[in-house]
Design a protein around this ligand. Structure first.
Ligand code: ZN
Length: 306
């Protein structure tokens, strides 16, 4: 039997579980790393835009592997580069919200967040011609401290959230949150389906294995291991990437060395790793799997503890 055949027939059934694939759609100059390089929101309109060709590259990879994905698009992108949203939606993918201006929830008041949710949804729905029901906070910034955001999301009619990273990290994370799809309850009682990015349980801790810098840094087989482990427990894994991670020739911003390393490590290998994973696992958008995910959510978790 070929190695590929063994994988297909493995007891973990890695081709039987449909995992989730997502992209956070923002320019390379809208990241936390770019902010650390001194770029402010006032600089964005004059900065060299590189998102459209990067998104085209992503769409080509997905078309080659006949895979659909969820795209969490920044409202700013919808305002300034609407053709990008049109191209993604036109290719049959799900459009969801990544907020308006990439402000972490720690820097927003609840009424400002509510306005971001409603404004970004209206912009995206007008361009894409499809309902927007999902949200991902910039830098996974839903934590116990910002759990009020879950109440606002539920009240605004969003059906799922993908903003909780169940790990210990200096800037985000809820290490004791369920590391799989669950019902998240905010301090005000609002409930949404929560879809955390994939982690790997090792030595009593959840380690990030899901995408972004971790996908670029880790051997791709580690990510594959995490996907198989999740599938072995009947769980869906959520991967996330950014179009700028498939654009290794983007300008080098004057970031501090450690920030630059985190932002740029492995950029030339991202597309190859993504193609490798798409060739071995099945992925889809959240929209396509929403009913199955709701059935999978057998745990309720209350956020907002001090
Ligand atoms: Zn982002």
């Amino acid at each position: 039997m070929s190695r590929r055949g063994e994988r297909r027939g493995s007891p973990l059934g890695c081709r039987d579980v449909v995992h989730l694939l997502s992209f956070d759609v923002e320019e390379y100059f809208q990241t936390e790393a770019a902010a650390r390089a001194g770029l402010s929101r006032a600089d964005w309109p004059q900065s060299e835009k590189r998102l459209a060709p990067a998104v085209d590259r992503v769409l080509q990879v997905l078309a080659d592997h006949q895979t659909t994905s969820t795209f969490f698009v920044l409202g700013w992108v919808a305002q300034h580069e609407p053709e990008v949203v049109r191209r993604i939606a036109g290719a049959g993918h799900e459009i969801a919200s990544h907020g308006m201006e990439h402000r972490m929830l720690q820097h927003l008041a609840p009424d400002e967040f509510r306005a971001e949710l409603l404004d970004s949804r209206r912009l995206l729905e007008d361009i894409a011609g499809q309902p927007v029901v999902g949200y991902r906070a910039p830098t996974f910034s839903v934590t116990h401290e910002t759990a009020w955001a879950l109440d606002v999301l539920a009240d605004a009619g969003y059906r799922y959230d993908s903003s909780v990273f169940p790990i210990r990290h200096d800037r985000y994370g809820v290490p004791d949150a369920p590391p799989h799809v669950h019902r998240a309850v905010g301090p005000g009682g609002g409930t949404v389906l929560e879809i955390p990015p994939l982690t790997l349980r090792l030595l009593g801790a959840n380690l990030p294995a899901a995408g972004g810098g971790y996908l670029r840094l880790l051997p791709v087989r580690t990510v594959a291991w995490a996907l198989k482990r999740a599938a072995g427990h009947g769980r869906t894994g959520m991967l996330y990437l950014h179009p700028w991670e498939l654009d290794p020739d983007q300008p080098v911003l004057p970031m501090p060395p450690t920030v630059r390393l985190r932002h740029r490590v492995g950029l030339r290998r991202t597309e190859g790793k993504l193609r490798w994973l798409l060739g071995r696992f099945r992925f889809a958008s959240v929209r396509e799997r929403l009913d199955a995910l709701r059935e999978q959510a057998d745990q309720t978790y209350a956020y907002g503890r001090p």
